[in-house]
Design a protein around this ligand. Structure first.
Ligand SMILES: [Zn+2]
Length: 114
């Protein structure tokens, strides 16, 4: 019986299958909730990014650096919108629980001094 060659050769998984696609620059709008209606355009020459929703026309502008990605602008916009919303609701009073049970133990002093 001859030695058998062990063929444990695994086919190398092609890691080059990744498709080359542009960075995701379309996001869901916070205001109108349309999917991929928000686009971010980064102008690195000017150092600004412009976010706009093509459905409800929400706009946001921010500064960018060479590392800024569209998703960074998007999350900045979310933060800004969130802060603005909190501010507008900031005057809301804290609702104290009005369903507090009345004190059952009523002190009744029976000062019968006879
Ligand atoms: Zn929108």
């Amino acid at each position: 019986m001859g030695k058998r060659k062990k063929s444990s050769r695994k086919p190398a998984a092609p890691s080059t299958a990744r498709r080359r696609q542009p960075l995701d620059t379309a996001f869901t709008c916070l205001f109108c909730n349309h999917d991929k209606s928000v686009t971010v355009r980064i102008d690195r020459k000017e150092g600004i990014a412009q976010l706009v929703c093509r459905v409800c026309d929400q706009r946001y502008q921010s500064k960018v650096n060479h590392l800024t990605e569209p998703v960074d602008i998007y999350s900045e916009w979310i933060d800004a919108a969130d802060a603005a919303q909190k501010e507008s609701q900031g005057h809301r009073r804290l609702a104290t629980s009005s369903s507090r049970p009345a004190p059952a133990a009523r002190p009744s002093f029976d000062s019968d001094e006879d």
